[in-house]
Design a protein around this ligand. Structure first.
Ligand code: CP3
Length: 356
């Protein structure tokens, strides 16, 4: 029987450290362009940010993959870059190219950003909280609702570079020459993300994920030591985790530190205080499970290209995840977001293999 209080949500059980015979499943970017019903709403909504800030449309596209595939979790439809937008930085999404922001080159642009306690930041983000409230009332009781934000380093890298930059050269250069300024920017983001995630949880999210998608640029930085990852990513994330738990006791938090390698992934739980570590596709799940405690909750890590390939390669990848995590607390996911060219039939095949 389904209880209304959510205590039987399969994904929350696993986040509590209880293994499940069939791991609960969701996909990063599960609401997106590979779905015709998403493209239809997207065309009606106007710009991508209009879609993010419209609770009717954002609720609808969040629910689409749940209806189609019965995932165990829905992830709020929004973007990590609504936060710089709310801070007053000019953010837009260029069709076919991705996000563009007026870059923070130095002190002048930083001084124009809103202070962390400026109430207009959260007025601006109110449609996101409204979307969370609607989702919780419309989702099936057994479906976990995930909120999210970007990791401070990842968001700062877009704010500084003004766009996605392959090796984050602008952000790393500014962190070298204007260290105190970049630290102040990270501090600002830590404070805002604590409030932002707390309000998502208060509005009805069951758990949240922090997307540190650009963690990988840190250990590889010229002259960097393991400390770069700790200094710019894990320590700020730990402050978010602590801050959110102080506001919302018992808050459940998944940290996805993409590109940080086997060693970085293995450090996530201890150094950030997360409840679960999101694993990217470049890390061997079996090796990672060998490097963490049996109680560690992992999530991931099918390669999005294996999902495009489909067939027996996909079946083998699903079996590999099940084998690596048998009897252990694991959430089934991709190792990064699903891409627009992925056939829907392959998502169905992946889930059928998982749930057989
Ligand atoms: O996972 C979900 O379904 C929830 C929604 C979600 C989106 N973006 C929707 C989106 C989430 C959790 C994100 C996170 C996000 N956004 C990250 C971290 C995760 C990751 O993928 O590494 C980053 C780095 C961003 C910034 C961002 N947003 C970029 C670089 C782009 C352009 C690239 C692209 O795929 O087009 C976006 C746009 C974006 N965010 C789309 C979606 C569905 C596609 C835009 C469209 O529909 O036109």
């Amino acid at each position: 029987m389904t209880r209304r209080d959510g205590t039987d949500r399969a994904l929350l059980q696993v986040l509590d450290g209880k293994p499940s015979r069939v791991p609960p499943a969701w996909m990063m970017r599960q609401a997106g362009r590979y779905l015709p019903e998403y493209r239809e709403v997207r065309a009606r909504a106007g710009s991508f940010l209009d879609l993010c800030y419209n609770p009717d449309f954002a609720t609808e596209v969040t629910l689409q993959p749940i209806r189609r595939f019965g995932f165990d979790a829905a992830i709020l439809f929004s973007d990590i870059l609504v936060v710089p937008d709310a801070l007053g930085q000019n953010v837009r999404f260029v069709e076919g190219e991705g996000p563009r922001l007026d870059p923070v080159h130095g002190r002048d642009e930083f001084a124009r950003l809103k202070q962390a306690d400026d109430p207009s930041i959260f007025q601006h983000l109110e449609p996101v909280f409204e979307t969370v409230r609607r989702l919780r009332s419309e989702l099936p009781a057994e479906t976990t609702l995930l909120g999210f934000c970007g990791g401070p380093w990842t968001v700062a890298s877009y704010m500084i570079g003004g766009r996605g930059t392959p090796d984050l050269a602008p952000a790393r250069a500014l962190a070298d020459t204007e260290t105190a300024l970049v630290e102040a920017l990270i501090d600002r983001l830590v404070s805002v993300q604590i409030e932002y995630l707390s309000r998502q949880l208060e509005a009805g999210a069951d758990a949240v994920q922090i997307f540190e998608s650009h963690a990988g640029s840190l250990p590889r930085a010229p002259g960097a030591t393991a400390d770069a990852l700790q200094h710019w990513s894990f320590a700020p994330i730990a402050r978010i985790v602590d801050g959110v738990r102080a506001r919302v006791p018992g808050a459940k938090i998944i940290v996805f530190a993409r590109g940080s390698g086997l060693e970085g992934h293995a450090r996530v739980m201890a150094e950030t205080g997360a409840d679960a570590v999101g694993v990217d596709w470049s890390v061997d799940l079996k090796a990672l499970r060998g490097a963490v405690t049996p109680r560690t909750v992992t999530q991931g890590n099918i390669h999005p290209e294996t999902l495009i390939e489909g067939g027996e390669a996909l079946d083998a990848a699903v079996d590999g995840v099940l084998e690596a995590t048998e009897g252990l607390p694991h959430i089934f996911n991709l190792g990064h977001g699903i891409t627009p060219q992925t056939p829907i039939a392959h998502v169905e095949r992946m889930l059928a293999r998982l749930r057989r």
